[in-house]
Design a protein. Sequence first.
Length: 83
Amino acid sequence: MKCSPHTVYLTIRKEIKGNLRDSSHKPKSKHPRYIEEEKEEMIIRYRKKTKLGKRRLRYYIFQKEGSNIPEVYHWKSNQKSRP
């Protein structure tokens, strides 16, 4: 079995630290466009109430609530399951 020098160096570093287990591959921070559940529910509520598109809805919520919501390409209420 072949192994690159980089992999060997990483393994040696892990062995020195005393932890040869695989580290987590989970992201250390949230996605930049992550939306909390409360804000998501608020977006869906305003979306049904006003029938605005995503950009105007974002501006409308900023005017009403004062909360800045990251621009999302697809709102959850618009998503349809694919066959």
